[in-house]
Design a protein around this ligand. Structure first.
Ligand SMILES: [Zn+2]
Length: 288
């Protein structure tokens, strides 16, 4: 993990002087955090998943993406990043070995306790970077909605897929049904971020067209109805490989473009949070 000094007096023209040795909270001392909180109330919290990602991507893909995006965002906006949360909610991916899933209640409690601890210390604006797309979203939404109402803190979930959906739609090469899991954009992004962990000769195309209501590709417009997957159905639907979509057309170049746009949007959002969002904290409590 790269260390980078942020806002050190005399070394940066970014206003403020937080004397942070690293954007990662856990690499600092408590006095560094105390100093940071005198100037800044925002923190980034990455959360991902360790789950099968077909034969060409590593199990930790969603967490690697969340951690890299969070670190990059922290460095570019001089914002602290909370420790990585590696495991999410992924019951259908238990169809393949290596996947670890929390119960949704556990993920709600985990995020609730982490954010509540941060709010207790004086953080008022919390931006969660979710690398696991829609599967983590229901528990994360419940956790931050509870915290928002209880504490008054500002909490947000930025999902790398949804916050860069526009550019994804513009640069994608795959046909409708090409986005799903271990798919084109996810693979392109990882080819840009961590190419050493991929085995592209094992990437397989699986365009799985179901009834239009059940279309899972978020780039396809249309009316949809939600039906959850189970382990057996997921194994079969993903060709016994774990892929839904088309990673064979992925390129590092597109991953770079996608990452750049994603960072641009996230940086704009951090600035918005810092400059325009006003927060009144009503309650600070230790999670017990
Ligand atoms: Zn993924």
């Amino acid at each position: 993990m790269s260390l980078r000094k942020i806002c050190c007096a005399g070394e940066s023209n970014v206003k403020g002087s937080y004397f942070m040795k690293s954007v990662w909270l856990q690499e600092n001392k408590w006095e560094d955090v105390e100093r940071y909180l005198q100037k800044k109330k925002t923190i980034i919290v990455p959360v991902g998943s360790v789950e099968q990602h077909a034969k060409h991507l590593p199990l930790g893909t969603d967490s690697f993406v969340a951690n890299k995006v969070a670190e990059d965002l922290g460095q570019q906006t001089d914002t602290l990043v909370a420790p990585p949360n590696w495991v999410g909610w992924a019951p259908h991916h238990m169809a393949f070995p290596g996947t670890i899933t929390l119960r949704p209640e556990t993920l709600i409690s985990l995020m609730y306790d982490i954010c509540k601890s941060l709010i207790y210390h004086g953080f008022e604006k919390i931006i969660i970077i979710n690398g696991h797309r829609e599967a983590n979203l229901p528990p994360l939404k419940i956790a931050i909605t509870k915290l928002r109402n209880e504490t008054g803190a500002f909490l947000a979930i930025a999902d790398p897929f949804y916050i860069a959906k526009k550019i994804g739609g513009e640069i994608k090469k795959s046909e409708p049904g090409g986005a799903g899991h271990a798919d084109e954009m996810e693979t392109s992004h990882m080819l840009h971020l961590m190419p050493e962990l991929l085995e592209m000769d094992k990437a397989v195309r699986n365009i799985h067209l179901k009834h239009p209501f059940l279309q899972h590709d978020p780039f396809v417009e249309g009316d949809t109805i939600f039906v959850p997957s189970d382990v057996a159905g997921y194994r079969e639907g993903s060709k016994n490989i774990g892929v839904v979509g088309d990673p064979t057309v992925s390129t590092a170049e597109n991953g770079k473009t996608y990452h750049r746009e994603l960072m641009k949007n996230l940086i704009e959002f951090v600035r918005y949070c810092e400059e325009e969002v006003e927060v009144t904290i009503r309650k600070r409590e230790i999670p017990l």
